[in-house]
Design a protein around this ligand. Sequence first.
Ligand code: LMR
Length: 328
Amino acid sequence: ITAAATSMALALSATAGFAACDDGEIVVKFAHVTNTDKHPKGIAASLLQQRVNDEMNGVMCMEVFPNSTLYNDDQVLEAMLQGDVQMAAPSLSKFEQFTKVFRIFDLPFMFKDIAAVDAFQNSETGQAMKESMTRRGLLGLAFWHNGMKQMSANKPLLLPSDANGLKFRVQNSDVLKAQMAALGGSPQPMAFSEVYGALQTGVVDGQENTWSNIYGQKFFEVQDGITETNHGIIDYMVVTSTDWWDSLDGAVRDQLATIVTEVTEARNAESFKVNEEAKAAIIAAGGEVRQLTAEQRAAWVEAMKPVWAEFEGDVGADNIAVAQSFNA
Ligand code: LMR
């Protein structure tokens, strides 16, 4: 079986259970990179597909392409601007080419938990971010949660000095590159779909991600262990093209927007639980999960915190203050 055939089979199974789009229906392709099962984004995208296809049957038809089967995150936004895909939900770290305001979400230890992220996103500052890229042709419809990031490597990571000299895969974000450099590590930007292979073959030594991604991509199988650092977040923006959005009939657009909002509220409320279940599944599968003492954790905070100053100009000291107010 060729890789193309495998992709095709995965893409087809993703839409299985839903009738093919009928003539005259507006086709909405939604491309993402994670698995569909036991993953906050995968579950949310599948629910969105189901609701659109049930409630807008005859008018609109959504096809979800998970697992990077259609595009990876580096390609999807350009494809959207070309009109080849209508919706996606890349992590906030992947908008680097379009806006710098999202850099606040990548700053290490900026948010103490996803509830703080949620509160910030729902503030005036956060809501304005959905429209920060309209000049570039992209419109944010909603923020979707994943969860807190953990660190893993091919050796135990208990102190920041353990990361010294290691190669870490990062999403293609300047903040994340600076964060790994602050640890004395070497950041290696890479598409999500390539990480497992890179860890397995030793192209990189470690990575950072949420429990659901570490579980879904089986990173724990090719790492020494995972340290529960909760040092950052992975969250998403559901994004569409302004051209496509504006082309929709007003009533159709409103109905789709309402479904997106309802799916967002329902699934964001479950994202913490989905990640906790993934963590438990990693442990059950024999993955090693390490906890930090308060002192060890303080050392990670101290090592990474200088990154804030580097990006304060892009992010805005006022926005940092707003974000921090939700950690209280
Ligand atoms: C990553 O590239 O590690 C994540 O952004 C993948 C994802 O969509 O959660």
